[in-house]
Design a protein around this ligand. Structure first.
Ligand code: FAD
Length: 407
């Protein structure tokens, strides 16, 4: 990418070792790791602080990620406030099947809404560790990435001036719709895509969970999911046609469909409540390989989007952030290049394992509604195996928790 000349009313250029683009879980975790090692950096974010601290998305964090946050002093609130899940329930063919993954692996899921985690991370970075984060920036551009003097420029929201920051490394953490991925020349990056051809109506409901654990409804009418988020709020999912209009889903229709798809002998009744968020997401994934171009290192959704089918996207974003943060500290404080050299391969090993699990789980969730009796039959066969074969149960639990000893 070429250097863009600054116009005459531009502010003087700055210099920082690292520019991080995007204040999501990936960018803020990297910022915190750098600040803890006294490495200077700046985080650029298009939205406001209030917006990022209230944007609802993920909730499930795997235990290895919680422990890695804890080791970096970033999990105090999470450990005090998160729900800890040791089991989930599959409901199919009118029966409930409890899956006690905690007993099988001695590991757990932590349920902590993404805005709370982002709030903790931005507070620690900006207010405690004194990190520089600039909100509301516009038109972020990357320059000279394949040289030793890359730079990032943006329009300052207060003055309208273009500001230029020269740096050693750019961390592209601006999510699935950011600009950094587009800076990779097409001949240098391969983008693998997967479209499930399935939509999910994702909802947040102003009501307590109907039971203490995640419940998956595998039903001929389509998948339904029940995900506790807190004592007051529950996330629900309904499989719908891709591109469906959320306005097609009235309160009454949503609850009738959830009741039917999550029904099973002895299941507690659903606790109904007001729908406080209702969106249709078309389920698709993509993976960029390699996650590096010159001095640009991608992390999180900017490099690999994972549909929320298996609740993996934020976990992968955190994994990238731990690796990139540590590698940058080693490089910038000791001149050790090994972590950066291995960064893309090390991230992608976990990414592809999780992509495979997401694909497998999608077959399970959506198979009985495929309209194909053969697919429906094999789906039920796979599900029954989880509850009849201890080896299959352990293998599933390991992928569900991301707890394999190596990737
Ligand atoms: P983001 O969180 O997208 O952060 C990127 C940041 O960059 C944003 O703040 C954005 O405003 C900013 N930005 C964008 N463009 C620019 C730009 N040009 N310049 C500067 N800043 C920019 N994952 C899980 O692990 N567990 C779950 O339970 C789970 N549930 C989910 C449920 C739903 C309904 C959805 C939609 C997703 C879910 N995910 C889950 C996925 C998870 O939310 C994402 O994977 C996670 O947010 C990725 O973090 P990130 O830091 O890479 O990107």
């Amino acid at each position: 990418m070429t250097f863009t000349a600054l116009n005459p009313n531009s502010a003087p250029a700055e210099r920082r070792p690292v520019v991080i683009i995007g204040a999501g879980p990936a960018g803020l975790t990297i910022g915190n790791i750098l600040r803890a090692a006294a490495v200077d950096c700046v985080v650029l974010e298009t939205e406001s602080r209030r917006f990022i601290e209230t944007r609802q998305r993920a909730g499930v964090i795997e235990e290895w990620a919680v422990r890695a946050l804890e080791r970096r002093g970033l999990a105090t609130n999470l450990l005090a406030r998160a729900l800890v899940h040791s089991e989930c329930e599959f409901r199919f063919a009118g029966k409930r099947h409890l899956f006690a993954f905690g007993e099988l692996t001695d590991q757990h899921h932590y349920v902590y809404p993404q805005p709370l985690l982002v709030g903790d991370l931005v507070r620690e970075y900006a207010d405690v560790r004194g990190g520089d984060v600039r909100f509301g920036v516009k038109d972020v551009q990357l320059h000279d990435l394949d040289t030793e003097r890359p730079a990032v420029s943006y329009l300052c929201p207060e003055t309208g001036q273009r500001r230029m920051i020269h740096c050693d490394v750019v961390a592209g953490c601006d999510g699935a719709r950011g600009v950094t991925r587009n800076a990779l020349p097409t001949e240098r990056a391969r983008i693998a895509r997967q479209d499930y051809g399935i939509g999910w109506l994702t909802m947040l409901v102003d009501a307590p969970p109907s039971c203490d654990y995640v419940a998956f409804g595998i039903h001929p009418r389509g998948f339904a999911g029940h995900m506790p988020r807190s004592a007051e709020v529950t996330r629900y999912y309904l499989q719908v046609p891709p591109g469906d209009d959320p306005e097609n889903w009235s309160h009454e229709r949503v609850w009738a469909e959830l009741r039917e798809r999550l029904a099973a002998d002895g299941a507690p009744p659903l606790t109904e409540g007001r729908l406080i968020e209702k969106r249709v997401l078309d389920m698709h994934n993509h993976v960029v390989e390699p996650m590096v171009f010159g001095r640009l290192f991608l992390a999180g959704d900017a490099a690999h989007l994972t549909a929320p089918i298996a609740a993996k996207g934020m976990n992968l974003a955190l994994h990238d952030a731990f690796l990139l943060g540590d590698a940058l500290v080693a490089y910038l404080t000791k001149g050790d290049h090994d972590g950066l050299a291995d960064y893309s391969d090390a991230c992608l090993r976990r990414v592809w394992d999780y992509q495979d699990f997401s694909q497998w789980l999608s077959d399970i969730y959506h198979g009985t509604a495929s309209g194909d009796p053969y697919v429906a039959g094999t789906t039920l066969g796979r599900l029954r195996r989880l509850f009849t074969s201890p080896a299959a149960a352990v293998a599933f639990a390991e992928q569900y928790l991301g707890s394999a000893p190596a990737f």
